[in-house]
Ligand binder design. Structure first.
Ligand SMILES: [Zn+2]
Length: 380
């Protein structure tokens, strides 16, 4: 039985070849739509259709394209190769940017402004390298827009012999294999979408759509609870969060179990975010937790909604403890919500202190973790 939605997507995507081909009226129209001389230039971008203004046929076509092409870069080489323009992960004032003059002078990729050791070229260096008069404001805004974790990644894994990618061919990764975008057949696209459906719960698409600016490393996020806590009920709660299967009032209303989707505590819409993070009744709780971690480990930390919902995706031992703490907090909040009790930091602190004491009786993987737990205990 063919999968109709995958088939439709694949058929639509096979238009790309037609649109990027020789100078037909179709291809001319498509290039005008995207404001480029050639559609291929546009296809290398990792944009987001919500910033595009065009007829719905094309909008949908590019949406499917970006779905395949806009995956986050993995590792230092891919980061340096990443396109600067119309990139949904490089936002200035919350929007992707395109600096026409820079582009015309050959500045197109991260590697054109960032050296392979993770240090930015200075405006003077850029002026000399690209014979361009770099505007300092544009320079600073672009520099600030490059995600800090990318720079961190490059600094941690500097490349000795980085070779600049050439413009021209666009490669797209379908499963394990990379293919030239223009040689991908309708069947390849179809098989890719069918495979994706088999592998990915729809909730992941929902999260990605809602937080289009975030790079979700799902493999990593799925692993966090199994790496940092022992309790299976917490692991299963985290699985429910990722799969959006939480008894917040929005869901209870959807499932026909409540008459309203409002939070009984503050009357706002009780989404998953609200349930665990944003409800006025738990705001203070999370600031207490942030302060506890800051005070204990002397790090500046402001837990945002995504950190709380999914964990902080770093493997550093301190963040293992931070994730341990976040997961226990969510279990406590969840218990309070189910039993309709108020969330109190002092109550949590007491329970959590006991839990940390138990954790210390286990043989720790490393001495450092033990010391980090002991430091936490002092502040509980
Ligand atoms: Zn509320």
């Amino acid at each position: 039985m063919p999968d109709i939605s995958s088939m439709l997507k694949a058929i639509k995507l096979s238009w790309l070849k037609r649109l990027s081909g020789k100078q037909t009226s179709f291809s001319k129209f498509a290039s005008t739509l995207v404001g480029q001389q050639n559609l291929l230039t546009f296809l290398q971008y990792k944009g987001d259709v919500k910033y595009l203004n065009m007829p719905s046929f094309y909008k949908q076509l590019f949406q499917y394209w970006f779905e395949i092409h806009s995956r986050p870069p993995e590792g230092p080489t891919e980061i340096l190769d990443e396109i600067l323009w119309y990139n949904k992960r490089i936002l200035v004032d919350n929007r992707p940017v395109f600096f026409k003059t820079w582009n015309e002078h050959g500045i197109k990729r991260i590697s054109h402004i960032l050296k392979s050791n993770g240090i930015f070229y200075t405006p003077l260096e850029l002026n000399n390298l690209y014979s361009i008069n770099v505007n300092i404001m544009s320079y600073n805004s672009l520099k600030a827009a490059v995600p800090s974790e990318w720079m961190q990644n490059i600094r941690n894994n500097p490349i000795d012999n980085y070779i600049h990618s050439q413009d021209g061919d666009i490669f797209v990764k379908l499963g394990e294999k990379s293919k030239n975008a223009l040689s991908v057949t309708c069947k390849d696209f179809y098989e890719y979408f069918v495979q994706q459906k088999k592998e990915r719960p729809t909730a992941l698409y929902k999260w990605e759509e809602m937080y289009y600016f975030a790079d979700f490393d799902w493999n990593m996020l799925y692993c966090i609870p199994y790496r940092v806590v022992r309790e299976t009920d917490i692991q299963s709660l985290q699985y429910q969060i990722i799969n959006r299967y939480i008894p917040c009032y929005v869901n209870l209303y959807k499932w026909g179990k409540e008459h309203s989707s409002s939070c009984p505590l503050c009357n706002q819409t009780d989404t998953i975010e609200h349930y665990f993070v944003e409800c006025t009744s738990i705001n203070c709780f999370w600031s207490e937790i942030s302060s506890l971690i800051q005070l204990t480990y002397d790090i500046s930390l402001n837990l945002n909604t995504l950190d709380i919902l999914f964990g902080v995706p770093f493997e550093d031992p301190i963040f293992t403890i931070v994730n341990f703490c976040i997961l226990h907090c969510k279990k406590y909040i969840h218990k309070c919500r189910i039993s309709k009790e108020h969330v109190h930091y002092s109550v949590f602190k007491k329970k959590f202190r006991n839990r940390v004491l138990v954790e210390l009786t286990y043989k720790q993987k490393c001495e450092q973790t033990r010391n980090l737990l002991l430091a936490l205990l002092e502040n509980l």
